[in-house]
Ligand binder design. Structure first.
Ligand SMILES: C[S@@+](CC[C@H](N)C(=O)[O-])C[C@H]1O[C@@H](n2cnc3c(N)ncnc32)[C@H](O)[C@@H]1O
Length: 269
């Protein structure tokens, strides 16, 4: 494996704390290895990273050898997008970052929209990433964004997404239109858990197939769901059992000034 000397700055810890893991190695790819070795190299042609945060995966992809031909990140947090533009874009002209002015109680409380279309053309995205993002949107938004995924995904494209999932048959009190559970009654988007059957149905309606399902590494945490455009007769993969060991993986709680972090007037540390 060849190595790369590309060493863009790491985001400040204050921004990393907004998205979860803070250790350097989660942001780093010093050997330039393929970030998702399980997918074919041609999938990196046009990467769209929805909810890119402070560029954790973008930075790894910048260091990847070869990097994607084109990378587009989008996030609702203005400061993280500004940080990525200032610090990552100068290292690669084909890496662009878009702010989406979507409302979020902690990260963008004055946002103008509940949801916004992805800033990517139809059928163009060969690798769609939503790492720890569908875990932070409500049911109506998840329906909208699965449709958007169906719109932007290239016919041969792959989506890699993570989800918190449960089995609604265990919750007899839920209405037909209620398919998500929450852990935080102040900000429900802190962590959203979706019904597995609802996900299969909703993805199918968006023209997508669940092509591969990796169970969580910690019981009940991130399910890794790969999606593709549904070809004729395509069937969803089966959900494997979640046999992982129990553990604790708490989502970040937002500081009061979360929406202002990373803006140009903030001191970078
Ligand atoms: C847990 S973080 C994960 C960040 C990044 N994907 C990573 O793995 O480091 C979730 C990110 O999704 C963003 N996000 C949540 N809902 C969004 C939406 N509707 N549109 C755009 N970004 C969103 C948040 O601002 C946050 O940066």
């Amino acid at each position: 494996m060849s190595t790369t000397s590309l060493n863009p700055p790491l985001p400040p810890v204050e921004l990393r704390q907004l998205v979860g893991p803070t250790q350097d190695h989660y942001y780093d790819n010093p050997t330039g290895q393929m970030v998702f070795p399980e997918i074919p190299p041609q999938a990196y042609d046009f990467v769209f990273d929805w909810g890119c945060g402070c560029g954790r995966i973008a930075r790894q992809l910048l260091q990847q050898n070869p990097p994607p031909r084109r990378y587009m990140g989008a996030d609702l947090h203005r400061g993280m997008i500004e940080w990525c533009r200032r610090n990552l874009s100068p290292h690669a002209k084909d890496f662009e970052f878009h702010h989406q002015d979507v409302r979020n109680l902690g990260l963008n409380p004055a946002g103008r929209a509940e949801v916004l279309p992805f800033p990517a053309p139809d059928a163009a995205v060969t690798l769609f990433l939503a790492w720890s993002v569908f875990t932070h949107v409500n049911e109506a938004a998840a329906v909208f964004y699965l449709r958007e995924l169906g719109r932007v995904l290239h016919p041969e494209g792959i989506a890699i997404t993570t989800w918190f999932l449960f089995d609604k048959t265990e919750f007899p009190m839920m209405q037909e239109f209620q398919n998500a559970l929450f852990i935080n009654d102040v900000d429900p988007t802190n962590a959203v858990i979706f019904d597995k059957s609802w996900l299969r149905r909703t993805a199918g309606l968006a023209g997508l197939t669940l092509s591969r399902i990796d169970p969580p590494a910690v019981r009940g945490f991130h399910w890794k769901i790969y999606l593709r455009k549904a070809g004729p007769g395509a069937l969803h993969a089966e959900f494997p059992p979640d046999a992982a060991a129990h553990g604790v993986q708490r989502p970040p709680l937002m500081p009061a000034d979360a929406d202002r972090l990373g803006l140009d007037n903030d001191q970078e540390k």
